[in-house]
Ligand binder design. Sequence first.
Ligand code: C6P
Length: 407
Amino acid sequence: MLDIKKVKKDFPILNQKMNDQRLVYLDNAATTQKPKMVIETITEFYEKYNANTHRGIYQLSEKATFLYEEAREKVRIFIGAEKTEEIIFTRGTTESINLVAYSWGRKNIEAGDEILLTEMEHHSNIVPWQLLAKEKGAILKFIPVDKEGKLNLDNIDQYFTKKTKLLALIHVSNVLGVVNPIKEIIAKAHMNNVPVLLDGAQSIPHMSVNVKEMDCDFFAFSGHKMLAPTGTGVLYAREDILEKMPPFQSGGSMIKEVTMENTQFEDLPIKFEAGTMPIAQVVGLGAAIDYLNSVGMEEIWKHEQEIVNYALNQVRTIDGVTVYGPKEKIERSGVVSFTIDGVHPHDIASILDEAGVAIRAGHHCAQPLLRALGTEATARASFYLYNDQKDVDQLVEAVNKAIKILK
Ligand code: C6P
């Protein structure tokens, strides 16, 4: 069992009032709060070790490089990758997916090829492929969701053709918390010789993830959704794939030698890390991984199951509230998306804010999914390891208040 009181104390921002109420932060799918350990690591970095990496022949730079590369090794172990060369630092999930679309996509996708996505995707895993498809004359295909928002996988083989060059899909939905049966989907894709890119933005913060066991070819995620600073993200890809990919951005750092005509690129992973990277933030990501490991990913997942089910049981019984997503009790990450009949979700979020409860309202950057669910916007409460039943109670009380005021 998680000691939530102790966990909460690790997050200074939570120890404050909002509109004279206890702050209840339930927008964790957007970004998470940072524990003291991460904040102190960044401060310590700037106070003691700040220098540019992979360049300086002096101790400070060597120390900064060591800490940066140590964070890469922590990421490697955390996601179960084989080699540190397979871990590329980016600004976040969005940049990781853009890297693949720009570099791998431009090299491998031709006119008439098909890129398979799903209707559940975040815009970050749609728009880069739309741009690539337009440029190359390729075709985007979508695995649909059913009325409840689960992928319709009854006859998954029908989606793969000889022209399918990539399956890019979300691991856990940011709108519904639905966990896709990724191992089965990847096995099917590989049987059809199709590589798979997984958007892990909403899985890696909440559950134990192993890229080797899942057997994905690419795995993209953001540090800031797993307690790390903003400006950090990761692209994992198998070394043999990365070796064949041309650089994404280019300039300083990612080169071995430049003449006026030509450039010899650095080895992996630096080949994909052009310019000065967010060094302190990456070191902070390493500290966030240490923190998550000290709590335990299994414990975090179990705790979120309890909180999300406690929340679902209560929110579902409120008159006039519609909760989106599968009705049966399934494993889902800590997300509850809901609407109140006749009330715009932005109005719900404003009233909840007055009650100290921070949630997100809108389309959650997943408009095709929301349309498939028959709505344009929802209110979304998303939980993390520092949320407890008291937080859910404050949410439910605030929703009831919103109904009284708005209806
Ligand atoms: N979803 C949300 O409130 P970035 O912004 O690059 O760190 O992450 C993009 C992204 C990609 N995939 C999924 C599944 C996501 O949930 C997100 C970010 C936030 O739901 C902000 S829109």
